[in-house]
Design a protein around this ligand. Structure first.
Ligand code: ZN
Length: 216
């Protein structure tokens, strides 16, 4: 049994299980795939979940597939479509995230959110959002909670909050119960990929300002 040793491991386990079952939204799926790409620690755990799922499928009493050979032939004959160049790591962006963005960090559109905090919004919708944050070394973010789930994957540097210390490849999961003030480690700027499943609900004195800056 592979143990997940990180803080809030229940939430992280749920995320990994969702990934294995293929039920995550595209940004969350990308976040977990990127985590597994950088950091092999949870790979065996996910593979175990995936094989469990395969066994579940295999244990279902079989019903013969009509025209089995013809169906298989049709699947193998189907055009593969445009084969896109396999994205590669660029030192900061792991391949799955690079593929999701379709560009490098130089080409995303950065906006200053606070002194020392830049955000590149990748997706924003009713259900949540996906952004890359660039936080200057030692900078502390305003205190906030979340209405839904916030998963943050560290791409460079490190940050810490009351739940733990997160470095490249680590995922921090925060939800309604967490009121946190993340702070970038002092030795290097911190770059993160953050996915929220609902808009942030800010609790600190800067709440209104942030909301205005964020445009909601
Ligand atoms: Zn947060």
């Amino acid at each position: 049994m592979v143990r997940v040793t990180q803080g809030q491991s229940g939430a992280l386990d749920a995320l990994l299980a969702g990934y294995a079952a293929g039920t995550l939204s595209a940004p969350l799926h990308t976040l977990v795939a990127s985590h597994l790409h950088i950091n092999g620690r949870n790979r065996a755990y996910v593979e175990a979940l995936e094989s469990m799922r395969a066994e579940d499928i295999l244990s279902i009493p079989g019903t013969p597939v009509a025209n089995r050979d013809a169906r298989l032939a049709a699947i193998f004959d189907a055009p593969a479509g445009d084969v896109e160049a396999e994205p590669v790591d660029d030192g900061i962006l792991p391949a799955p995230l690079r593929g999701y963005l379709g560009c490098s960090l130089d080409d995303v559109s950065w906006k200053w959110r606070l002194p020392g905090v830049r955000e590149a919004r990748i997706e924003a919708g009713e259900g949540g959002s996906a952004s890359i944050y660039w936080i200057r070394a030692g900078r502390r973010l305003p205190s906030h909670t979340h209405e839904g789930l916030e998963a943050t994957l560290v791409l460079q540097g490190a940050f810490m909050d009351a739940s733990g210390h997160y470095k490249r490849g680590d995922i921090a999961v925060a939800d309604n119960d967490v009121d946190h003030t993340p702070m970038a480690a002092i030795d290097e700027d911190c770059i993160c990929f953050a996915v929220t499943e609902a808009p942030l609900r800010l609790t600190g004195p800067l709440a209104r300002l942030i909301r205005r800056l964020a445009g909601h």
